[in-house]
Structures are given as C-alpha cells and as structure tokens.
Write a protein that binds this ligand. Structure first.
Ligand code: GBH
Length: 445
C-alpha cells in the first residue's frame, strides 16, 4: 500500500482549496469556557447511548490547544479549515449569550488568518443547548427562531472574517438518524418526530440564510451528507427499496433546497406527519445559496424488509473492502454521486467536498503512525473527484474528515478518523503518515 500520494496540487485549479474538517463537540472539550450542557452531554449521560458512556467533556482539549492544531493545518500546506461553532458554548441556556464563547471563536478566527488559513464555518454540527432540546428540540418549530438568533450572534462576531459560512452539517443525521434510527441525540424512534425534524431543520436553514444575507454574507451554503444506494439483489422489491432509501437520504434535502419540493417516495411515509402548512415554507427553505457542501464516505446496499414499518427496507453488508466503521469503500459511487448532484439539482452551483475520509485502527509505534490504508482511500477518492471535475462539474474544494482523531459520537473514542493521532491520556498530537503525505503532495507543483 502507498506511503505517499500520487496527486499533486498542480493537478487542480490554482484556486482549488484543500483543507480539513472538524466539529466543535468532537474536539473542543464541552466542559470548558462556560459552555452550557448540550443534548449530546445529556444523551451520553444515559447508559447505553454511547460506547462506554463516553462524552465530549474533554475530547481533544482543542479549546486550549487550538493554536497547536492550527499549526498542524498550516504545516500540512492546507488552505482551509472547516470548523463548527458550538451553540451550547455561545448560548449556554439557549437564550443568553456567553461572551467567553464568542471570544473563543474570535481568537480561533484570528489565529487562522495569522496562519493564512481560510475559515470555513459550520454554524451547527449537532450540539444543541440541552435547555432547547428539553423544549422539544427539532420537533418544536420554535427552534427555528432560536437557531436564527444564534446564527446572528455568531455572524455579528466573526462573519466579517469568514471565507465561507454554512448553516448546518448533515440535516439527514439531525432528522432521520436522530429521530427515526435513534442512533444520535435525542435518540428517538418516532416517525412523527422525524418528519418534523426533517422539515424544521430546513426552515431553520432558510431563516439563518436570511440573517446571514442581512449581515452582508455573500458566500453562504449548507453541508449535506449522501449515500448512493444500490439494490442488494436483482429483484424488484430491492430495487424499489433502494429508490426509497435514495429519496429519503439523498433527495429530501436537495429537493427542498433546489426544487422547492420533497421527493414523492419519501413524502409517501412522511407527509402525514409533517406540520400543517409545510408547503408554505418551501419558498423560505429554497433561498438561493452560493455553494453546496457534500459529505460522503460510503454507499449502501438496500433490501426490502416487508415486515418492517415504512419505509420497509434494511441495509445489508456489501462485498467491497470496508473501513474500521464497517463502511464499504467505493470511490466509484463517490464519482457517480458528484455527477448526479450537479446534473439533477445544482447545475453550475459551486460544490465543495466537505467531508471524506476513513476510520482506521492507527496504532502509534516508535512515535509513528503508518496509516497507508487512509492514504490509499484518500488518493482513490481524490482521483475520482478529479475525473468528475474534468467532466465539467464545478467542484471547488476538498476537506478531509478529519484533522484529529476525535469523539466519534455514539461510538466514542474508539474510531480514529484523523490525519493526526491523538493520545487520549496525554492529549499529545502525532502527525500520521497521511499528514506527511498530504503536506508533500500539496507542495508539489
Ligand atoms: C459525518 O457523518 C459527521 O459529519 C462527522 O461528525 C462524523 O465524525 C463523520 O461523519 C464520521 O462518522 O448505517 O451504521 O453504516 C457521516 C454520516 C451517517 C455516514 C451514517 C455513514 C452510515 C452509518 N454518516 N452512515 S451505518
């Protein structure tokens, strides 16, 4: 397996951006700096919700070590850093501003600029103030105004220095994964809650876009996650199931944002549970944006499960090689996805691959981490992306998930996605072989 990349920076346009992505709850340390409890703290405190009841209280202590971490980004010759702001840090009880929280993002922003790193913001990557979750969270439409207020506070403080500002990370995870599959906070398995969350998160996006525009932001977007779905077997039932999965997972948010409508196959199960008057929100949801962020890791094989409640389908293990998450590695599906998004929904809109990467066991030996498997994964996906760019799809950047090994949500600290290793006893950072390889590839012209 490779110990270096074969691509070089000059294979891409001069203004193409390479970067890394992280999120607040996964790295900062939620117990520092006057942050309030988020619904991830309360979710993790209930036994059975996360591995070993692990939470983000300390995480990578990025709150105190952000300068070291930004040095690692600049040191790898990366252009941009996609980070998120913690809602519970900025508004501990959901209503009052914590100046210390805004001060942190102000320092972080300046520290990026000092190093020549372009700040790419995600306003919300899943850590909602527990007080707002207790009032119904994404089920309660009131959350959409709370979110717009939060967005305003963040943008008023750091918006002037953002290269790009995105509203949400992965609305599908906020809606389906958290309210239907029960895997993320608040851990519900309830179709009505799911439909409302899937809609309210988009309404909150639209309201936040209006706030950002009013504050003068001109590079606004959103980060969606996608998983191409293939039928597990050749029969009609599985083909139907894959199309339904595709509608819920890949078309729901794109359809609303770019066509002012939800896909018919997904509406079949969700429409009875949507809040009254939902159609009147479609204009707000579909406010023009300047770019779309695309997060992708894998594809899915889908089978019909006739006895299960709607959508009556199940994911089945596929034959391709898998990462430490058990996710199939499929650069071919990634290439298909990028073309499909542009052809079916976004046209000439600039696209950014805002997450791509792999979990790997990554043990430290003699001060080194040989993550050749990660280098091979990234190279294959970068090659696939390059092919799609050559076909004319306007992809403008690529940010690797992730800079650091970090808190992998319900799976705790056991899954390592970083190009930099973190020792969770000492919190020491060690750049992995993939970090060195990236630094070299990006210096090559
Ligand atoms: C991203 O989500 C998140 O933005 C980030 O916070 C996270 O750390 C990163 O991925 C790595 O996980 O059916 O069990 O096979 C990715 C969205 C949704 C992708 C679930 C994989 C399949 C899970 N993920 N999906 S499973």
């Amino acid at each position: 397996m490779a110990n270096g990349f074969s691509f070089r920076r000059s294979d891409f346009a001069d203004d193409f951006l390479f970067g890394v992505a992280t999120s607040a709850y996964q790295i900062e340390g939620a117990s520092f700096g006057g942050a309030g409890p988020s619904h991830w703290d309360t979710f993790a405190a209930t036994p059975g919700n996360t591995k070993n009841a692990e939470d983000g209280a300390v995480a990578c202590d990025h709150y105190h070590r952000y300068e070291t971490d930004l040095d690692l980004i600049a040191g790898a010759n990366l252009d941009t850093y996609r980070f998120s702001t913690s809602w519970a840090r900025v508004m501990p009880d959901g209503r009052t501003v914590n100046p210390e929280g805004l001060d942190f993002y102000d320092r972080l922003t300046d520290a990026m600029l000092e190093r020549g790193i372009k700040p790419m913001l995600t306003l919300h990557h899943w850590d909602m103030p527990a007080a707002l979750a207790d009032e119904g969270g994404w089920r309660n439409r009131a959350i959409t105004d709370h979110f717009a207020t939060f967005a305003g506070h963040v943008i008023d403080r750091i918006g002037d220095r953002m290269f790009a500002s995105g509203t949400f990370n992965e609305p599908w995870c906020i809606g389906w994964l958290s309210h239907f599959l029960g895997q993320h906070a608040p851990g519900l398995r309830d179709i009505r809650a799911t439909a409302r969350a899937m809609h309210h998160v988009l309404v909150a996006h639209g309201k936040a876009v209006d706030v950002l525009r009013a504050a003068g932001q001109d590079n606004v977007g959103i980060y969606l996650n996608f998983e191409p779905a293939e039928p597990a077997n050749g029969d009609d039932g599985d083909a139907e199931a894959a199309l339904t999965y595709h509608a819920i997972y890949n078309e729901w948010f794109l359809g609303a944002l770019f066509k002012k409508r939800y896909p018919r196959r997904a509406l079949a199960g969700l429409e009875p549970h949507l809040p009254e008057g939902w159609r009147d929100d479609m204009e707000l949801i579909a406010r023009p944006i300047d770019w779309l962020g695309i997060n992708n890791y894998t594809r899915k094989l889908v089978a019909r499960a006739a006895d299960a409640p709607w959508p009556s389908l199940e994911e089945v293990p596929g034959p391709l090689p898998k990462t430490d998450m058990g996710w199939e590695i499929s650069p071919e599906s990634f290439a298909w996805l990028l073309s499909w998004i542009a052809e079916s929904h976004t046209g000439d809109l600039p696209l950014i691959v805002s997450e791509n990467g792999m979990a790997n066991p990554d043990t430290l030996a003699d001060g080194r981490v040989d993550d050749a498997a990660r280098i091979a994964y990234l190279q294959a996906h970068i090659d696939a992306m390059k092919g799609v760019i050559e076909e004319g799809v306007p992809i403008k950047g690529y940010t690797v998930w992730s800079l650091l090994d970090n808190y992998e949500w319900a799976l705790g600290y056991g899954k390592r996605f970083g190009i930099v290793h973190v020792d969770y006893d000492t919190l020491e950072r060690t750049p992995k072989a993939s970090w060195h390889a990236l630094r070299d590839a990006l210096a090559r012209r």
